[in-house]
Design a protein. Structure first.
Length: 93
């Protein structure tokens, strides 16, 4: 992690979801009211395994890059570079 101040605290080691990651991630739950909001911090070279977010109602996911840089890829699409300020709207499945 670089020495620049992050917008949100890193949070605790993401033990509950470690099976979905190659490398370490950290989870800081910001809100459980109305809309679930969490800050997930990835160590360098950490990868998130392919997955979907099923939802019977509502759902979906919004990714907001708040610090550093990374990549996002939807199945069958080219990878997309993410930098601070980028927003990805992912519809519910």
């Amino acid at each position: 992690m670089d020495k620049e101040k992050m917008l949100f605290a890193r949070g605790e080691y993401n033990k509950a979801y470690e099976q979905y990651f190659i490398g370490k991630s950290y989870l800081n739950i910001l809100s459980k009211e109305q809309v679930f909001v969490a800050n997930v911090t990835f160590e360098p070279a950490c990868r998130n395994n392919w997955h979907i977010h099923n939802a019977d109602e509502g759902g979906g996911q919004i990714l907001i890059c708040t610090h550093g840089e990374g990549w996002y890829q939807e199945w069958g699409q080219p990878a997309r570079s993410l930098t601070v300020g980028d927003v990805v709207n992912i519809p519910a499945v």
